[in-house]
Structures are given as structure tokens and as C-alpha cells.
Design a binder for this molecule. Sequence first.
Ligand code: BGC
Length: 384
Amino acid sequence: MTVRTFARAGVVLLLGLGLGLASSSSTQAGVKPTITKQAWGSVGGQTVDRYTLTNGKFRVRILTYGGILQTVETPDRHGRMANVTLGFGSLGGYVTSKNPAYFGALIGRYGNRIAKGKFTLDGQTYQLAINNDPNSLHGGNVGFDKRVWSATPVAGRNTVALRLSYVSPNGEENYPGTLRTTVTYTITKNRGIRIDYRATTGKATVVNLTNHAYWNLGGEGTGTIDDHKLQLKASRYTPVDSTLIPTGKLDRVAGTPMDFRRPTAIGARNRSNFQQIVYGRGYDHNWVLDRRTKGLEVAARVSDAASGRTLTISTTEPGIQFYGGNFLDGTLYGTSGKAYRQGDGLALETQHFPDSPNHANFPSTVLRPGQVLRSTTVYQFGTL
Ligand code: BGC
């Protein structure tokens, strides 16, 4: 691996991932994938770095703060690049706003809600922070989205990757067990982001890891995603109560505005008075994926006819949360300086079902010592 120093302030190294890449003619435009590192401020005395991973005509920036996917630049049907993920232009944006929308962040220990922040495991009851009254959301007050992760660049054949690690001590945010988590972002040669999650624990615990990126295929800050078409490979979803906690039932989507089995414009039904949509102020639900195997399967497809950009999400997870950015209220100013208003981006969070620790009929989120949690999600960009 060669290391070169850049003259430009802030950029401290360029890792030419030479290993097996000398003949990288198979990568787009025949250009070698690269990864650069830039100091990006600090939080509570801890330095934060921003890594820029480039592979052909595709560029992704990742922060060690929260493992945040800060920007994702991909071409439209005419080859014009735009940043298609919501975020902020500086670390201060994430830290001072406390990133209430969880833009681009890694979510843990438990993605989504746990009812009243309470669960019982092996006869012991644990009380988590109530940070989304009356429930616990996305790991509590200081979840994985607000931790500084250690980062290691990883060389692949035609890929470039960043491995992030975080050790969450026993009892952090009141979750049991020391949890060792590794998340690897790999930028593939054809405009794909692959996320591999791995976790082990020192004591029985519950875990549900995801990434909370919001997408706008027209480019962040360009308006709503109402015209984006969404397809979800799911014939059932988990209906919720008024606090967005699953009732425990798996309802059929057929005949309801929850049916995305065929590509459908998001704006076509997100103002419906269907009770579930009223509860979520739009879409904010977990769909039960129609899976045939335990491997990576397509879960969702998104397309934007105006730009021609497409996004296909594959996962090994049993569920996906489709959240339509309903709580964005124009108070956060994003990467390009524009206010984010309701529906300006959509999150598709691959996951185990919300509140699984309190529903014995849902796939288990319990992780025990000796077991290894492995989960993979791929975001594949393309054009129509
Ligand atoms: C939840 C939303 C919540 C959002 C936070 C989503 O995963 O489902 O209800 O408002 O995260 O930005």
C-alpha cells in the first residue's frame, strides 16, 4: 500500500490501494479506486476524520463521527453528478443539531423503537432512555450515531473500503454486555455501497444495527421525493399504534396504501387517511420482506424519472423501515445550505423488526456470547 502526502490543507494521505489494482482496467473509466483522509474537527476532545472513497464516477464521504455517510455523489442519466444523500456541510451541523434526523448515521445498539424503553432478557428487566416519548429510539440518548469510531482503510481488488469499529462498554445506555461492533463500508466498482455489520457480545443482549441514510435521487436540497417511485418486496408489514410501536400483527399490504409491490410514486398515497399513515404522518413503518433465502436479496427499488437515477437495496435482514422524512420541518439546513422540509428525503433502513425484544413472534434480536451477528446491505446506484 502506498501512502502519499497531499499538499492541500486537511488532506493528510492518499492510500493508493495498489494491491491487485495495478491492472484495474475493469474498474469504471479504468481509474484506480482511492481513499483519502481529512481531519474534520473534533467532538469532546476526540478527533473526527472524513474519508473520501472514490471508485470510477462514484464518490462517497464517510465520517468517523457516527460512521456517517456524509455525501454520496453519483451520475444522472446524462452523467451529471449530484449528492443524493441528506446531511450537513460541517461537523458542527451534526453535533450542534444533535442530528435529530440521524442523517446517514450508523444506528445502534438498537435501531428503531423499543416500547417504553423496556425489555426483559433471561429474567432481567432493562430500562433504556426514553428519548422518543414514550419509547426508546435508535439506541437511546447517545447511540452509535454520536460515537467516534476507529477507522481502517481496506484494500480490495476493484473496491475501496473503510472498516469502522466501536466497542460499547457493558451497561452503555443501559444495554447489557460489552458489544464489539465492526461496520465495513465497501465502494464497489459499479456505484455500489456495501455495508457489512459484525458484532459480538460479552453477555446476552439485544442488537439491531442499521444505517439511517436519507435519499433524494434528484440531489439533496432539490425538493421532495413525492415523485420518486418505490417498490418494496413485501406482502406484509408490521402495523403500529399511535406511538409507532408494532401491535405484533403482520398485516397484508394488499388493498391498502402500504402496498408497494409494484413501483408506486410515494406522493400518490402519503396524504391518505388510512389509520397507519395518519399515525406516522405519512410512511414510517416496517415492511416484512418476502424472503426466499437467508442470503442477500433485493428488498427495495427507488427510481426518479426526472434525473434517471435509480437505487436498488439488497439485504440479509428480514425487514425494512420506509420512513418518508415526515418529521423534517424546515429547521435543518443541509449540505448545500437548503432547508430540509417534510418529504425532502426518504430513509430505507434494513433491520430486524421494531420492538422485537417485546414480541416473541418476531425474528429474534438476541445476541449471546459466542455468537457472531453478521448482516449485509447493498445500495446499488444506477440510471434508467
Ligand atoms: C423513525 C422515525 C424517526 C426517524 C428519526 C426513523 O427511523 O422510524 O419515526 O422520526 O427515524 O429521524
